[in-house]
Design a binder for this molecule. Structure first.
Ligand code: IVH
Length: 407
């Protein structure tokens, strides 16, 4: 055996082992080795690549290929626009969503695919001949930014598609969400704090901040993960007839999908699943802000189509905002870059929906008056995926009325 073939064979073997462990960890949720063992294999491959950069394999999880900081991101127009979802907030609105679908599909039975609504960043991934060639942010839905270098550093994301069950598509565009799982987020924040560096308010900000880095080495050092939730384009057609089958089909290539996923025969069943997941939310490995309900049949999805920029075949069912009580320790005025003054309440740190909150903006003097907030007051702090953390009301005895309204 020549030296070249030995080095390449070693690299291929390490890549294959790392991919198997990633699959076990992210897709099957059953880690087969310790993190430290994984790191050891990872560093073995990294060392080989440093010694023999000319043999770096295109599907290497280390990805130093082209890993130079960019001057700026380039804009990419989405071939298939990345649209958004309508929202429902309660059972009545959910049932109304189902009724509208039923009315447009008379005498048809409808099954619903129920997925986690990931609280991360939507991206689009292009695979040509089975190789990941492009990753683009959602942007405004029409045009996003090319973040290929950063997405290539995401460990649980297949860089090359392979399957033992049939052909790899010549073109595949997968849509999904980039997240920082809770455990990774907590570890990152603890490390940053120990180093005296900036910590992130929540996993979503941490994921967004990591993807926005022009230097892919920063993204590579962050514990990001990708979860697939749809196929925008596939050539030749994947041949699946339902949403749930499409997700299973993606899994065979190594894509991770949500750790919970349901197919329901009725909208009542959807409601029950929603309540179950809301209760299980703290045990999930990632942050979610609701469930996504989709008509399962792809044919029915096509029949239902879109109303302006939202599908009639899917909706987001948001969880109610999470609340906690804490006390105001101080109120500071922060000076912005343009000289604007913003009041900030310093709180006794409190956990709200998986994040520890110790500061919250009071926005302006009007808000201070509205809440009649003073140092020492007890306030109810709300966190919702959309607006972040806010002080909902002042529950001190002075303002008992607000408290009754808040609970
Ligand atoms: S399907 C036509 N499924 O929610 C749009 N979206 O408000 C189809 N999201 O920006 C989207 N989890 O990034 C879908 N399981 C899921 C999702 C999901 C999170 C995000 C998505 C989009 C936003 C829509």
């Amino acid at each position: 055996m020549t030296q070249t073939s030995t080095v390449v064979a070693q690299m291929r073997q390490l890549i294959q082992i790392l991919a198997q462990h990633n699959h076990a960890y992210y897709v099957m949720d059953q880690p087969t080795i310790l993190d430290s063992e994984y790191d050891q294999l990872f560093h073995q491959l990294k060392a080989l690549e440093e010694q023999y950069p000319e043999y770096i394999q295109p599907d290497s999880p280390i990805n130093k290929v082209g890993g130079k900081p960019l001057a700026k991101f380039t804009s990419v127009t989405h071939v298939v626009p990345m649209l958004s979802l309508g929202n429902v907030f309660n059972q009545e609105e959910l049932f109304a969503f189902a009724r509208r679908a039923e009315e447009r599909l008379p005498n048809q039975t409808i099954q619903y695919d129920v997925e986690l609504k990931f609280d991360g960043l939507a991206i689009s991934l292009w695979y040509e001949q089975g190789v990941l060639v492009r990753g683009v942010t959602r942007g405004d839905g029409e045009t996003g930014e090319d973040i290929t270098q950063n997405v290539k550093t995401i460990r649980n994301l297949p860089k090359v598609l392979s399957t033992d069950q049939g052909e790899v598509p010549t073109l595949l565009e997968v849509r999904g969400e980039v997240l920082m799982p809770k455990a990774g987020f907590e570890k990152l924040n603890a490390e940053n704090e120990a180093k005296g560096e900036k910590t992130f308010a929540n996993p979503r900000n941490a994921a967004a901040g990591s993807l926005r880095q022009l230097d892919p080495n920063i993204a590579a050092s962050r514990p990001l993960a990708f979860y697939a939730y749809g196929i925008a384009q596939c050539e030749p057609n994947h041949g699946q007839s339902t949403m749930s089958e499409s997700l299973e089909w993606l899994q065979q290539f190594g894509f991770a999908v949500g750790e919970r996923h349901f197919v329901c025969d009725s909208i009542q069943e959807v409601q029950a699943v929603y309540e179950q997941i809301n209760a299980e939310r703290p045990q999930l490995s990632v942050e979610i802000d609701g469930m996504v309900i989709k008509v399962n049949s792809l044919k029915q999805q096509q029949q239902l189509g879109f109303l302006s920029r939202e599908p009639r075949w899917a909706t987001a069912y948001k969880f109610p905002a999470v609340a906690a009580l804490t006390t105001v320790e101080n109120i500071d005025w922060q000076v912005g870059r343009t000289g604007t003054l913003t009041p900030v309440a310093r709180l006794n740190p409190v956990a709200v929906g998986g994040v520890t909150v110790s500061n919250v903006t009071l926005h302006n003097i009007g808000e201070i008056h509205r809440l009649d907030v003073r140092i020492g007051d007890t306030v109810s702090v709300y966190r919702s995926g959309d607006v972040g953390v806010t002080i909902h009301s002042n529950v001190s005895s002075r303002t008992q009325l607000d408290f009754q309204m808040a609970v």
